[in-house]
Design a protein around this ligand. Structure first.
Ligand SMILES: C[S@@+](CC[C@H](N)C(=O)[O-])C[C@H]1O[C@@H](n2cnc3c(N)ncnc32)[C@H](O)[C@@H]1O
Ligand SMILES: O=c1cc(-c2ccc(O)cc2)oc2c(O)c(O)ccc12
Length: 250
């Protein structure tokens, strides 16, 4: 609801896309500081197709879903640092993080992209086609868990994935993590989005609006689980809505 209110207010104010600061993307001291980061180091380096997709998504009623561009920039850096070729994307929406990965991995790289909603993926698809990266994308319209389980039926898939980005139903992050710990190779990276859930993880439950409580509970449980998991090295980076970077070490 807060996101719907934010959408209606910014739409009514006639804000341009670059002025919009999403509630879930403001964990910093001030909106000005966030704006400064976007304007000095993120937007000037954002690839043209990504900017086009971000702007095309801005008028959609769920535009707050799109991965924050500053978090996206770090994800692209990580993809490059591990030379990611085989990747998984859980939660596509219109495809900001998907296109980012598709633009970053090499031409013979592959992304298994999973979402229950093909319609929103198809909003971004013409931009992905125009960018010449569609051949790297295998979009699967399905809940993600059975797709991961199916991949794991093939023993050869174990340890075959270099990188995964998870940005779907928050209550399933723990289940995705268990599957991904088998699919990702040792040294590979998994990034989870929204792990600070708009900063609500540090608020007493009573101070959190009802509609934000489930997401907050999922984030709290997931953050504890991942912190205690010896199979990964982790970093919870306060970018966007909080992204947890995990490197599989065993
Ligand atoms: C926050 S959006 C993803 C945003 C995307 N990463 C981007 O950069 O635009 C979450 C997506 O997860 C999808 N989703 C929700 N539950 C899912 C599930 N069980 N399996 C796969 N996708 C799911 C929704 O349809 C939605 O498109
Ligand atoms: O406000 C949201 C909600 C979600 C969300 C909720 C339930 C699902 O099954 C999937 C996604 O995701 C969000 C998100 O990823 C984000 O960056 C901001 C807000 C929300």
């Amino acid at each position: 609801m807060i996101n719907l209110v934010y959408y209606l207010v910014t739409a009514a104010m006639g804000s341009t896309n670059e002025e919009i600061i999403k509630p879930h993307a403001v964990l910093l001291q001030s909106k000005e500081l966030y704006k400064y980061i976007l304007q000095t180091s993120v937007y000037p380096r954002e690839a043209a197709p990504l900017k086009e997709l971000r702007e095309a998504t801005a008028t959609h009623h769920m535009s707050f879903y799109a991965t924050a561009p500053d978090a996206g920039q770090l994800v692209a850096l990580l993809l490059k640092m591990v030379n990611a070729k085989q990747t998984i994307e859980i939660g596509v929406y219109t495809g900001y993080s998907l296109l980012l990965a598709a633009l970053t991995i090499p031409d013979d790289g592959k992304i298994t992209a999973i979402d229950i909603n093909r319609t929103t993926y198809e909003m971004g698809l013409p931009i992905m086609k125009k960018a010449g990266v569609e051949h790297k994308i295998n979009f699967i319209e399905s809940p993600a868990l059975p797709v991961l389980d199916k991949l794991l039926e093939d023993k050869e898939k174990e340890g075959s994935i270099d990188f995964a980005f998870v940005d779907a139903d928050k209550g399933n992050y723990k289940n995705y993590h268990e599957r991904l710990m088998k699919l990702i190779k040792i040294g590979g990276i998994v990034v989870y989005d929204n792990t600070l859930w708009g900063g609500t993880v540090v608020l007493p439950e009573d101070d959190v609006p009802e509609f934000e409580r489930e997401g907050r509970k999922s984030a709290l449980e997931f953050n504890q689980k991942i912190s205690a998991d010896p199979r990964v090295e982790i970093c919870l980076a306060p970018l966007g809505d909080g992204i947890t970077i995990c490197r599989r070490i065993s």
